[in-house]
Design a protein around this ligand. Structure first.
Ligand code: CDP
Length: 231
């Protein structure tokens, strides 16, 4: 069997292309893909639909105690409901970060995220993959791009799905969400000290992908030269 890297992490701000790139990279290197944003979005969707605001700590805690978030075949479930198609909307974009900053909510998702690495090689994307969830990852990537470029990508993606919002609205939403994600006390968005930073503003998906595939290959060679995996 071909040797492989066990965990590759991809962190970065909203719209930097993490999920597109992570999914394609996983396919290219024969790894599983973990979209951690989907987990935060799923809980935000569920709590919001249940009328539980993020500021209502007691009700959030109570609700979380009785909920099971799970991943099955690339789809995300809260208890037995498949919420996958309901979580990538401008409404969830606008509310998710206020839920994601709650320590109890983050803690409730930690085990599920880490357990995915036991299933085989993994590419995981999010905000705190390289810093908190997989601090010993074999390769850590931090993807960035200017706020304008990220908003342009997100606007295009929303338009393709038939969501009608203005570019200005998307831009201010992206900037607002980055602000909350970067300034929260627990597991804020920031690059790990040992992350490779890639500014994707002027790069195509294929260019980013080929850059990352080379990095994976380099890491593999380093590992083979060292004679195995460091633990
Ligand atoms: O696709 P995009 O980058 O816009 O967002 P996402 O990855 O789906 O994440 C949605 C939100 O979930 C983020 O804005 C964060 O508030 C939260 N999140 C987090 O706190 N930690 C993660 N590891 C992943 C997402």
């Amino acid at each position: 069997m071909m040797p492989s890297l066990y965990v590759v992490t991809i962190d970065g701000p909203a719209g930097a292309g993490k999920s597109t790139i992570a999914r394609l990279l996983a396919r290219r290197i024969g790894a599983n893909y973990l979209d951690t944003g989907a987990l935060y979005r799923a809980l935000a969707f569920y709590l919001d639909a249940s009328g539980i605001a993020p500021a209502n700590g007691k009700n959030v805690a109570e609700a979380l105690g009785g909920l099971v978030v799970s991943l099955q075949g690339g789809r995300v479930f809260v208890d037995s409901s498949d919420v996958t198609d309901k979580i990538r909307t401008p409404h969830i974009d606008a509310i998710v970060s206020r839920y994601a900053e709650l320590p109890l909510l983050r803690a409730s998702l930690l085990e599920l995220q880490r357990s995915q690495a036991a299933e085989g090689p993994l590419v995981a994307d999010g905000r705190d993959m390289g810093t908190v969830v997989f601090p010993k990852a074999d390769l850590k990537i931090f993807l960035s791009a200017t706020a304008e470029e990220r908003a342009r990508r997100r606007w295009k993606e929303l338009a393709e799905r038939g969501e009608r919002t203005s570019f200005e609205e998307v831009l201010s939403q992206v900037i607002r969400r980055d602000g909350i994600d970067s300034s929260r006390a627990l597991a804020p968005l920031r690059q790990a000290e040992d992350a490779v930073v890639l500014d994707t503003t002027a790069l195509s998906i294929e260019e980013v992908l080929s850059r990352l595939s080379s990095l994976v290959e380099e890491r593999l060679k380093e590992r083979l030269n060292r004679g195995g995996r460091d633990v």
